[in-house]
Design a protein around this ligand. Structure first.
Ligand SMILES: [Zn+2]
Length: 536
C-alpha cells in the first residue's frame, strides 16, 4: 500500500491561524494539501515524519507588504522571506509593479524601476509587456514561495503618460483604466498607490477614484502608501477611504505608522478614524512592520521642489552654495503641503546611512559623519546626494514605540515587512530578514504585547481574508500545506540595523505547498511556490 501522506507532522501544538488557542494533533500532508488533522496518525502511513514535539505548528506567514517584484526575477526563491516563515508574498505595493509596460515610455519605466526596486532591470524583463506576461514569467522561474500580485498605479501611469507631472488627458485616463482592468483580468488582486512617490503623487484623488472603479468591478482591494504618514495623515486617511468607497473597494492602509516627533501619540486618532469608517460599513484594514525606523533615499529628505526635474537636474543645482543656503532655509522653516519634513521629524542623529559608496559612512548617522568630516550636517547630505544621487539609502528613526504597540494591538492590523531587497549584498533595512520572528520573539514572548494566537492570526488568516486568497491562512483539512514549525521559546530575529541580512533563529521548518523550503535556518532549494491569480 502506498503511503497516505507525503509528510506527517507529529506531536506539535497547533495554532490554526484563526486566533484559537493551541491544540495537540498530527497533521498529514499529501499532494501539497493538508489532508488530515487528528489526534494520532500512525507514522507508518507517511513517507516522511517531522517530529514537532514541543514546537508550534501554524500556517505559513503572509507578507502583506513586499517589494520583491524585481528581486523575484533575479532570485525567485527569495531566501530572506522563506527563512522568516513567509510562504506567501504580496507584491506590487506602493504603486510599483513591474508591468504593464508600454513601448512608448519604456525608458522612463526602466529608470523608475531601477530606483524603486534597487536594481537595474534587464531588457528581458522589459519584454514582459502585460501583467499576465510578468506572472507567467515568474511561474516559469519557479518562485520559492507563493506570490500574490497587485498592480501599481505609478507603473500604470508611466505606461499611459510617462513621468509627466500633470493631470492625464481623457485618453490617457482611459488607457490607464484599460491597463488596470486588464491586469485585474489577468490575475491582480487589487490596485496599489504610493502617493509620496513620483509619478503616483502627481495624481489627484479623482484620477485614483477612476482607477479604483476599474479595479473595483473585479472585487479587488485598494492598498495605499498614503500621501502623508505624518503632519497631514488624517487628510490622507480620509482620501484613502474616499477612494475605496467611490471605487467600490475595500481599503488597506500600507505600513501604517505615525511619522515625526511632533506627531507621536496620534495613532490614537488615526485608528479611531479607521474604526469610525468601519462602523459606517466601510471595509478598512492596515498592516505594519515592527520597527521604529523606516527606510528611503537620502534625497527624499529634501523638499519636493528641490527634487523636481529629476536626479541630473537636482544634483547639478546642489553643487551651488547659494542654492544650498536656500534649501537649508526651507528645511529649517518646516513643512509645506505634500512634503514630510524628515529632517525635522528624525533629527540628524536619527538619519542613518545604510547604503553608500563610502564604506565608512554605513551604519553612521548624519551627525556622526558631520563630526568625522568636520562639515555641517546639511553639507554631508548635499555632498552625498550630489555624489550618489538616488543610490544613497538611509534608515530614519521617526516612530514612537507606543504608537507601534498601539497599532500592533489593533484588531485589523496585520503584519507586512515592507522589505526592500538588498539582492543578497546590500545592507538594507532589517525588516527584510527579521519582521515575523521579531513579532513572535520580542513583542509576544519578551514584552507580552500580543498573545501568540493573536500574533499568528495577524500573520495568516486575517491577511488571507483581507487579500481574498482562498485555501490559505488557516491550518485546516483541504487547505494548502503552507506551514511553519517553530520553537516559541527561542524564535527571534537576528537582523539589526548594522547587520540587517542575518536570518532569524527558532524556526525549524517552513513548508510551501507541502514541500520543505527551509529547515533549521537554511533554505533547501525547493521551489514549490505558486503564482496566485485573483478570481472574480
Ligand atoms: Zn510604501
Amino acid at each position: 500500500m502506498p503511503p497516505e501522506f507525503d509528510i506527517l507532522i507529529k506531536s506539535g501544538q497547533i495554532l490554526d491561524g484563526t486566533g484559537n488557542p493551541w491544540y495537540a494533533a498530527d497533521v498529514g500532508i499529501q499532494g501539497g494539501r493538508i489532508t488530515r488533522i487528528q489526534k494520532e496518525i500512525d507514522p507508518q502511513f507517511a513517507r516522511r515524519v517531522i517530529d514537532a514535539h514541543g514546537l508550534t505548528v501554524c500556517p505559513g506567514f503572509i507578507d502583506t507588504h513586499s517589494h520583491d517584484d524585481v528581486y523575484l526575477l533575479v532570485n525567485p526563491r527569495c531566501d530572506e522571506k522563506i527563512l522568516q516563515g513567509v510562504t506567501t508574498n504580496v507584491i506590487g505595493n506602493c504603486g510599483i509593479s513591474v508591468s504593464p509596460l508600454s513601448n512608448e515610455h519604456s525608458a522612463e519605466m526602466t529608470s523608475f524601476l531601477a530606483v524603486m526596486c534597487g536594481q537595474q532591470v534587464s531588457t528581458e524583463v522589459l519584454n514582459l509587456r502585460t501583467f499576465g506576461d510578468y506572472l507567467t514569467n515568474l511561474e516559469t522561474l519557479k518562485p520559492g514561495m507563493n506570490v500574490l500580485p497587485l498592480v501599481g498605479h505609478s507603473t500604470v501611469r508611466i505606461a499611459a503618460m510617462g513621468a509627466a507631472n500633470r493631470v492625464p488627458s481623457e485618453n490617457e485616463l482611459k488607457e490607464m483604466k484599460a491597463h488596470v482592468a486588464r491586469a485585474m483580468e489577468e490575475g491582480a488582486f487589487g490596485l496599489s498607490t504610493g502617493l509620496i512617490y513620483a509619478p503616483s503623487n502627481y495624481a489627484r484623488t479623482e484620477e485614483i477614484v477612476e482607477l479604483a472603479k476599474a479595479a473595483g468591478r473585479f472585487h479587488g482591494i485598494y492598498t495605499t502608501h498614503m500621501r502623508s504618514e505624518g503632519d497631514a495623515e488624517p487628510a490622507a486617511i480620509a482620501e484613502a477611504v474616499r477612494i475605496g468607497q467611490e471605487g467600490g473597494m475595500p481599503i488597506h492602509i500600507s505600513h501604517h505608522k505615525v511619522l515625526g516627533k511632533q506627531n507621536w501619540g496620534k495613532s490614537v486618532d488615526t485608528l479611531k478614524m479607521m474604526a469610525e469608517a468601519r462602523d459606517r460599513g466601510v471595509e478598512v484594514t492596515c498592516d505594519q512592520y515592527p520597527y521604529r525606523a523606516g527606510s528611503t533615499f537620502l534625497a527624499a529628505v529634501l523638499p519636493p521642489a528641490v527634487l523636481a526635474g529629476g536626479p541630473e537636474v537636482f544634483t547639478a543645482k546642489l553643487k551651488d552654495r547659494s542654492f544650498r543656503a536656500q534649501v537649508v532655509e526651507t528645511i529649517e522653516r518646516g513643512s509645506e503641503a505634500g512634503w514630510e519634513n524628515l529632517i525635522k521629524g528624525a533629527g540628524f542623529e536619527g538619519l542613518m546611512i545604510s547604503v553608500s559608496r563610502h564604506e565608512a559612512y554605513v551604519g553612521k548617522s548624519i551627525s556622526d559623519i558631520a563630526r568625522m568630516e568636520n562639515k555641517s550636517p546639511y553639507d554631508v547630505i548635499f555632498d552625498l546626494v550630489v555624489e550618489e544621487s538616488l543610490g544613497c539609502i538611509i534608515i530614519l528613526f521617526m516612530m514612537d514605540e507606543a504608537d507601534i504597540i498601539r497599532i500592533m494591538r489593533n484588531p485589523w492590523t496585520m503584519i507586512g515587512t515592507d522589505g526592500i531587497p538588498g539582492f543578497g549584498v546590500k545592507k538594507v533595512h532589517p525588516r527584510m530578514s527579521g519582521t515575523f520572528p521579531r513579532i513572535l520573539g520580542r513583542y509576544v514572548r519578551e514584552q507580552g504585547v500580543l498573545t501568540i494566537e493573536e500574533a499568528i492570526r495577524k500573520m495568516t488568516s486575517l491577511s488571507a481574508q483581507t487579500f481574498g486568497v482562498r485555501g490559505k491562512g488557516i491550518l485546516k483539512e483541504g487547505f494548502d500545506a503552507d506551514v511553519v514549525i517553530f520553537d516559541p521559546a527561542t524564535i527571534l530575529d537576528q537582523a539589526t540595523y548594522e547587520e540587517p541580512n542575518q536570518g532569524p533563529v527558532g524556526i525549524r521548518y517552513v513548508l510551501v505547498n507541502g514541500e520543505i523550503a527551509a529547515q533549521d535556518g537554511k533554505v533547501t532549494g525547493a521551489t514549490s511556490g505558486k503564482v496566485l491569480r485573483h478570481s472574480k
